[in-house]
Design a binder for this molecule. Sequence first.
Ligand SMILES: Nc1ncnc2c1ncn2[C@@H]1O[C@H](COP(=O)(O)OP(=O)(O)OP(=O)(O)O)[C@@H](O)[C@H]1O
Length: 208
Amino acid sequence: MVELRNIHLSFDDTVLFDGFNLKVQQREKVLIYGKSGIGKSSIMKMILGFVEPDKGNVLYKGKELDKNTVWGLRENTAFVTQDNDITGGLVKDFISEVMGYKANKNIEISKDKIVELLEYFDLESKILEKDFQDLSGGEKQRISIIVSILLDKELYLLDEITSSLDNKMKKKVVDYFVDEMDKTQIIISHDNHWLEKDKLRIINLEEL
Ligand SMILES: Nc1ncnc2c1ncn2[C@@H]1O[C@H](COP(=O)(O)OP(=O)(O)OP(=O)(O)O)[C@@H](O)[C@H]1O
């Protein structure tokens, strides 16, 4: 579904990738890990077309990513990051707003699904009436995760999505994505809870 082919990427004098290859099949779940600054987030940014490699190609469904194909990829992708200071306003309005984006116009929000997900991720339904800015880091993270699940995209790019959660909740998030969701996932995390899952293909950037 997504392929990085013979990628060379450098910033200033630092070479992050030289001949890097990654091929992720449909419904495959891949965990990318390695020390801070090694280039994990840059991989996601290249896939999304936010960063262009110096050399090499990014392919989506067999086609090279360019001005035209990148929109198809972004439309079919949920990108969840640890940076959740995305908005002010009520949580429920945030959810409606995201669902109202052009790329999400065919998605119906099911109230039952929201209730089910809030419960699973240990959030009370009154959180929907709160201002997003007033939530704790872990609550923001869980709301972003819930929104991404509601979006029901075919590709999930998950960048340190468990960083602000306690151990019990980390495990629930990991269990949900790995065991409950049948979607293509590329995951970046330092968290051992992901490493414990044998359904993930693990790529250690330090060993390349
Ligand atoms: N736009 C940019 N301009 C200059 N340097 C950049 C840019 N983007 C990333 N870098 C540098 O490239 C390196 C890799 O960054 P990246 O965010 O991909 O690492 P990472 O493995 O995700 O790190 P972390 O685990 O700390 O999030 C870092 O040294 C970073 O400073």
